[in-house]
Design a protein around this ligand. Sequence first.
Ligand code: GLN
Length: 489
Amino acid sequence: MSDLTSLSMADALAGLDAGDFSSKELTQSYLDAVEAGQAINAYTTVTADQALDMAAAADDARAAGTPGPLAGIPLAVKDLFCTKGVLTTASSHILDGFHPEYESTVTSNLWRDGAVMLGKVSLDEFAMGSSNETSYFGSVENPWRADDGQSRVPGGSSGGSAAAVAAHLAVAATGTDTGGSIRQPSSYCGLTGMKPTYGRCSRWGVIAFASSLDQAGPIARSVKDTALMLGSMAGYDAKDSTSIDTPVPDYAAALTGDIRGLKVGIPKEYRLDDTPAEILALWDQGIDWLKQSGAEIVDISLPHTKYALATYYIVAPAEASSNLARYDGVKYGLRVPGDSLIDMYENTRAEGFGEEVTRRILIGTYVLSAGYYDAYYLKAQKVRSLIARDFEQAYQSCDVILTPTAPSAAFAPGENADDPISMYLNDVFTVPASLAGLPGISVPAGLSGEGLPLGLQLLGRPFDEETVLRAAGVLEEAAGFTAQPSKWW
Ligand code: GLN
């Protein structure tokens, strides 16, 4: 890592403002790092020329005294965001050669504020997964390795985003979180990642997985960087009917470090029997840190938690099966010819989708089919309401909720690949807030026995990202997590 790539976003902005270096220099350092870091397999497309042009424009804006809030900051973009004229794949074979005619609102907002696009980063195919092993472009490696030198997955689905940021191949990255895909990879890679409230960031131009759950958010190396980036990503968008028209606060200003009197809820249902002792110990440590900082700890109950995973794995595939119906070989991407139109559809979809995506389409089609709709989909929707109501009630007695982010540290490649259920169990602590549409953040808080990062999750009330960030800032300060992966790439 060069000196420039070791800077946080906040420090890089300060250095750019002070004229210590230009965005072109900063961007070139990152492009060099991306080149040297190919073994991680985080990037699917590198947009070097575009990055240097954007950097030059940011330098000009700074010289003219009109820099945007993120002017000159090089970012990676999850390859689920449509980027105008730049290959966008969702890490799927079926989108072969897809160059969108439009830019997603979230990335437009980032470029409006002066950020620089380094390229597109890998994900689990169509954001379905927890390990980035289902990408058509191959697995992404976690920059972190266990003490014994064994590789680990970066988590998923935003595994390319997290790996790129952890290896300093980008200052920060966009992610999307449908059931944990920002928070879990952040936890696995020792980073901070935030899923904002559903409706806070526009979904327009983000390739849809499960529309009632999908939400964009930042993955970064600190809480402050997360706050800065969210401020640019968020905002009302008339092109997304679920976007909420409420002003974007100054998230960085919310990081006062003062949580005296803040009520932190601890849900008893998250204390699962089979959760490893080191995860429970870190959770207790987190409780202690917040208490020592003046927070009041409150025991709460979220009684329908045990149904959240099953509910999610009905609702998400149902919506996915409908959203993915558009990939038919006609409108964009791959086309595999056939003797008839139907044959062409079938050949294209059979070849274009990977195994996990096919599984989700089958499950989703099944739970939506006549005769099963009431038993599965409708029932799941009702349970989803109960889960949301649990949170509403809990927030009458607390302001934020503290839990572990994931039930383990990053696992080894292949460890869960043949067993979808054990893979799905990874999402146990993240899906409830997704079903309820609530904001959540993962903050790196310690190392596992194997020397791998572990995160703690803070959840908040709808559109109260500020309180979540404030508490996260205190947690970050108390944890003092400064460990870095040792460089092998
Ligand atoms: N791991 C979850 C899934 O496979 C969540 C993915 C996500 O948030 N995009 O559906």
